[in-house]
Design a binder for this molecule. Structure first.
Ligand SMILES: C[S@@+](CC[C@H](N)C(=O)[O-])C[C@H]1O[C@@H](n2cnc3c(N)ncnc32)[C@H](O)[C@@H]1O
Length: 209
């Protein structure tokens, strides 16, 4: 039985138009910038799942993928509108709304990097999200999943009740095993931006060539 009355999409449609979306940028940007050190310059295709107000896709489109093509997907129409205000003039950025689990990229498009900050635990089945992302990588492409809600991060455990939205709780080991099960290789995990809490858990893996 789902004890949470609010859908993630409804929560983020509200957060896009109050102060929360910009607050998330402030709260997440240090972890995101630390993780971006692992992304090389590329002229390929980049995908961000759950771009929020667009700050992270703006950074990558201005730097490593300035000669590539950046796709962004978010389930919230209001986040799309907000992010489009800052990214509308970027010729190498294409944003759209949709649920990643059922979304399809343009025919034949595969990604050299798929990135996501604070999104995968909103999926009812995180494994389905990892496998979907793995299927959209080109050979040698990398998947980077960053989360602050995970079993070892005690301060995060009240979040589903705090915001009345379902979240799937996985541990650091669950994310590693999920990447392995999806066939990804050279898997690395790091805790980024550790301050009072356990930090942002980054799990990164590659599709075999
Ligand atoms: C916690 S916010 C993080 C936003 C941004 N990545 C950041 O660092 O501030 C989660 C974002 O993921 C989006 N989202 C949640 N579930 C999604 C899904 N199934 N498919 C695509 N986007 C989703 C939400 O609308 C929201 O913008």
């Amino acid at each position: 039985m789902n004890l949470f009355s609010q859908k993630a999409k409804d929560l983020f449609n509200k957060w896009a138009v109050d102060y929360h979306a910009d607050g998330m940028e402030k709260g997440h940007i240090n972890s995101v910038k630390q993780s971006f050190k692992y992304i090389p310059v590329s002229n390929g295709n980049y995908l961000e799942i759950g771009f929020g107000n667009g700050y992270s896709i703006e950074h990558i489109a201005s730097n490593q993928y300035s000669n590539g093509k950046c796709f962004g997907l978010d389930i919230s129409e209001n986040m799309l509108e907000k992010a489009s205000q800052r990214l509308g003039f970027f010729p190498n950025v294409h944003l759209e709304t949709g649920n990643f689990i059922t979304w399809h990229p343009p025919s034949g498009t595969r990604f050299s990097c798929i990135f996501s900050m604070e999104v995968f635990y909103y999926f009812k089945e995180i494994q389905a999200g990892i496998e979907k992302a793995a299927s959209l990588l080109e050979p040698g492409g990398r998947l980077m999943v960053l989360v602050n809600y995970y079993a070892e991060n005690e301060v995060s455990l009240s979040w589903p009740d705090d915001v009345d939205v379902y979240m799937t709780l996985w541990s650091e080991k669950d994310y590693k095993q999920g990447f392995e099960k999806a066939g990804l290789i050279n898997i690395k995990q790091k805790r980024l931006n550790r301050q009072q809490d356990a930090g942002t858990l980054m799990t990164m893996g590659y599709k075999a060539v």
